[in-house]
Design a protein around this ligand. Structure first.
Ligand code: NZQ
Ligand code: ZN
Length: 390
């Protein structure tokens, strides 16, 4: 196992009714906050009124910014940062899904940064330039990204057709409230996409060509089995507390550093290719991943890495057999079937994407060299995976 430092500063308040603590938690860090949310979901399900009530009880001054888009835009980040400066705000409170939390992190960084975070952090990756940021906190309403417990922010610049991420320890939320009942109102489509996103985060870390990482693999198999078990239940019965709760905690644990700490390598090629699709077509992240993942699995399978597929098929799907490649392929089929059971599309054609931008996307994603570790994917490989996904 490789050396690592595991240090997560995010205080988690998990369970029904935890929102009543939001005022007290904010008060530890700030008297004036930017309250950031998406379109209308938190007003419809009553969460907005509760947040206002508990913040007001602690005499916290609130400036609001709403309308964060799925695939959050850099323009919203700039608008939020200007509000923070203008009103001398001390914390960014995101109430929503991954897009709102990612946008909050962008705002928290830009508010204290003199240059342009899009250029310096997202494009040029000069992460050492970010030395301070406003504290971020979140109330999560959609289980998917893990943004509630990590330092990642993925932002979109539609004018440049780019969707790029950056990550910083100082952007990890100081606290996150995880109340599974707030995810009852998430529709079937977003519930399915969120479950696939969680599974994909686990695949990206699980599938690596090395033969180490025993403990990490067992933790990830447990998380994968949890999502595979509970996602169809939440899909059919949105108000099933146990299902929503298990999926919610799985989403945080799948991408908070726990499952990659000490691992020799991770992959992340599928996410990089998906970000190209989201940037060019503004599609739902989890749906893009659901389409690409089984094709990626098929494409990168070879004799050097087949052992990972066999572990996965054995331990997650209970599939055994004499021939490693047959076992591996059965595992891939099961993966696709689990996505099918959530009505995730299985081709790009189904979501209206044709091959016209494949070359652009393949060039853009491999601009800095090959991606992934299971198999290093160059321009032609990415083109092939996209073509398989049509
Ligand atoms: O805008 P509102 O009204 O809130 O509606 C949202 C939005 O339309 C809705 N929603 C959220 N909570 C709801 C709800 N509807 C009803 N009831 C609720 N309780 O769901 C829609 C999608 O929301 P969004 O925040 O976009 O979804 P998600 O959490 O899947 O976030 C996706 C974004 O996160 C990025 C993705 O690329 C994408 O931009 N990612 C962030 C990561 C990270 N920070 O670590 C890693 C991921 O791999 C991913 O790249
Ligand atoms: Zn993801």
């Amino acid at each position: 196992m490789k050396n690592f430092v595991y240090d997560i500063p995010t205080r988690i308040l998990f369970g029904q009714g935890q929102v009543s603590n939001v005022g007290k938690e904010v008060k530890k860090h700030a008297d004036r906050v930017l309250l950031l949310y998406g379109k209308n979901s938190i007003k419809k399900n009553g969460l907005y009124d509760e947040v206002i009530k508990f913040l007001t009880e602690e005499n916290i001054e609130i400036v609001e910014l709403s309308g964060v888009d799925p695939n959050p835009r850099i323009e919203t980040v700039r608008e939020g940062a200007n509000l923070c400066r203008k009103h001398n705000l001390e914390l960014v409170l995101a109430v929503g899904g991954g897009s709102t939390i990612d946008c909050a992190k962008g705002i928290a960084a830009q508010a204290k940064y003199h240059g342009d975070i899009w250029k310096d952090l997202c494009v040029d990756k000069n992460l050492e330039l970010l030395t301070e940021a406003l504290p971020v906190a979140s109330i999560l309403t959609l289980s998917a990204t893990g943004s509630e417990m990590n330092g990642n922010s993925v932002l979109s610049n539609m004018k440049e057709n780019l969707k790029l991420g950056f990550s910083s320890y100082i952007l990890r939320p100081v606290f996150s409230i995880l109340d599974p009942t707030y995810t009852y109102s998430v529709n079937k489509y977003q519930t399915a996409a969120g479950a696939v996103d969680i599974m994909s985060h686990l695949f990206e870390q699980y599938f690596s060509p090395d033969k180490k990482g025993y403990l990490q693999a067992r933790i990830m198999e447990g998380l994968l089995k949890t999502v595979i078990h509970y996602a169809p239940i939440a899909y059919e019965k949105p108000t099933d507390y146990e299902a929503r709760a298990n999926i919610m905690w799985a989403s945080s644990l799948a991408l908070n550093g726990l499952t990659s700490a000490g691992k020799e390598s991770t992959d992340w090629a599928t996410h990089q290719i998906e970000h190209e699709l989201s940037a060019k077509y503004d599609i739902t992240h989890g749906v893009g991943l659901g389409i690409l993942t089984p094709y990626w699995m098929e494409y990168v399978l070879d004799k050097e890495n087949v052992h990972r597929y066999v572990e996965y098929a054995n331990n997650v799907w209970n599939i055994f057999g004499e021939n490693d490649f047959e076992v591996a392929k059965e595992g891939i089929i099961k993966t696709r079937e689990s996505f099918d059971s959530l009505d995730i599309p299985s081709s790009l054609t189904e979501i209206g994407i044709d091959s016209s931008k494949f070359e652009d996307m393949a060039a853009s994603v491999t601009k800095f060299g090959p991606i992934g570790t299971m198999k290093k994917l160059g321009y032609k490989d990415v083109l092939e995976i996209l073509t398989m996904s049509l």
